[in-house]
Design a protein around this ligand. Structure first.
Ligand SMILES: Cc1ncc(COP(=O)(O)O)c(C=O)c1O
Length: 418
């Protein structure tokens, strides 16, 4: 997003305050349209189901759904947001390990594609189908080994040990569940195994980012092979192959599309299944920036410069596992020196980045780019309220979410004076 004009930044701060999230409508629109185009040029039957968890601001969803994209949701809560965004159940892919029976009944009644995560969910779906006396089309979440030194089997059924085949057989044998979709998602970070039982997960997070395009080819080939196996052994016919999200930005997507699609083109002769993609960060990450202001500076005993800005991990929780792209709005030409940019929270861990930067003084503005994925939905009112969010579209700026107030928070509380 091009936010380099210092003058317009000052106007934004004057009108909307700091910190300020800035969403680019144009970047969003371009991302969602290009994402679909890049895959569609290689495979004719593609649906993009945008992963709500990355950012479900209504105005963001409006732009994304205007392009015809489906929704990928991971809870009853996100499912309702998709309904409010105007989506029919048939345009919703419902994933996740936490679906309740009520969630499932609603999604079935409305024609959503449910990807079952575990045996208990399959049991519930079978019960529901029995109660309705009607079979249900479902998907099965599969996890596959793509060579990241750990089989990520937290979600779904493992392919290599035969669990995935058994789950599909169980559905078939029930006579009530038709497996029409095979779903997987290549995670972007794992919690590495640790021999210490009391280890803290955050200390062991390993980013798998960016993932190599080869991982998509391996995963795609493996589910294509499974689709063929269940067809020949169980007579199950797959209509959808859903390879999830985890893709890099659209600038580097071409190779990923080529590798993902290759096994589909060679595995299916005439009846090609619909390829579902569930991008989150590739659509929203570079469409949002955060404007923040330097509050104070000091030099630490180790010689590093320390800067406290007015936005911290309360609004940018992804700083826990990756450094942010911070740059000054105006370059002052001073020498670059090792600098830690802290947020304003009373926490040692409130760090946004750690890199050579020019000298700052209170009042200087900083821009943090590429923060559109996973920050806004995970931000909280910890110590500070959540800031305003504006959308810039067609050269005009509009407020799309106002700053959180104490009233907003206290409205949720119940006062029971005794
Ligand atoms: C099932 C599923 N689909 C899609 C996504 C979106 O991933 P990304 O934002 O990396 O594209 C996720 C993220 O966790 C996911 O779990």
């Amino acid at each position: 997003m091009n936010l380099t004009k210092a003058a317009s930044i000052e106007n934004l701060v004057k009108k909307y305050g700091s910190p300020l999230f800035i969403v680019s409508g144009e970047v969003l629109k371009n991302n969602i349209q290009e994402f679909k185009k890049i895959f569609s040029l290689k495979y004719s039957n593609v649906e993009v189901a945008y992963a709500y968890k990355a950012n479900y601001l209504s105005e963001v969803l409006n732009i994304i759904h205007e392009s015809g994209a489906w929704a990928e949701v991971a809870s009853g809560f996100e499912y309702e947001i998709a309904k409010r965004a105007g989506l029919a159940g048939s345009s919703i892919v419902y994933n996740g390990p936490g679906k309740t029976k009520d969630n499932l009944i609603k999604a079935i009644n409305e024609g959503a594609l449910i990807n079952a995560d575990n045996n208990d969910e399959i049991k519930q779906l079978t019960e529901i189908a029995g109660e309705r006396n009607k079979s249900i089309d479902i998907g099965i979440r599969i996890n596959v080994d793509v060579g990241i030194n750990q089989i990520v089997d937290r979600f779904g059924f493992n392919l290599e040990n035969g669990d995935a085949f058994e789950a599909i057989k169980l559905c078939k044998d029930s006579g009530l569940l038709n497996t029409v979709c095979l779903h997987l998602h290549l995670t972007s970070y794992i919690v590495e195994p640790n021999s210490n039982d009391e280890y803290i997960p955050a200390q062991n997070i390993k980013l798998i980012w960016p993932k190599s395009a080869d991982m998509y080819e391996i995963a795609s080939r493996k589910i294509c092979e499974l689709a063929k196996e269940i067809n020949s052994k169980l007579g199950v016919e797959i209509k959808y192959l859903d390879v999830g999200g985890g893709f890099p930005s659209i600038d580097n997507l071409d190779l990923y599309a080529e590798k993902t699609v290759k096994p589909l083109l060679s595995s299916f002769k005439d009846k090609y299944p619909t390829l579902i993609l569930e991008p989150g960060r590739a659509i929203v990450k570079n469409a949002v920036s955060l404007l923040t202001t330097v509050l104070s500076t000091k030099t630490l005993q180790n010689g590093k410069r320390a800067v406290t800005a007015d936005a911290g991990i309360n609004v940018l929780p992804t700083s826990f596992w990756s450094m942010q792209d911070v740059r000054p709005v105006k370059s002052n030409g001073s020498d670059l020196k090792d600098t830690i940019i802290y947020g304003p929270l009373c926490l040692q861990t409130d760090i946004l980045t750690n890199k050579p930067m020019p000298e700052f003084k209170p009042g200087d503005r900083l821009i943090i780019e590429n923060i559109g994925a996973y920050n806004i939905p995970q931000s909280s009112s910890f110590i500070y309220p959540r800031p305003q969010i504006v959308m810039i579209e067609n050269n005009s700026v509009r407020l799309i979410r106002r700053e959180e107030t104490i009233e907003d928070i206290s409205q949720l509380e119940e006062f029971n004076p005794s």
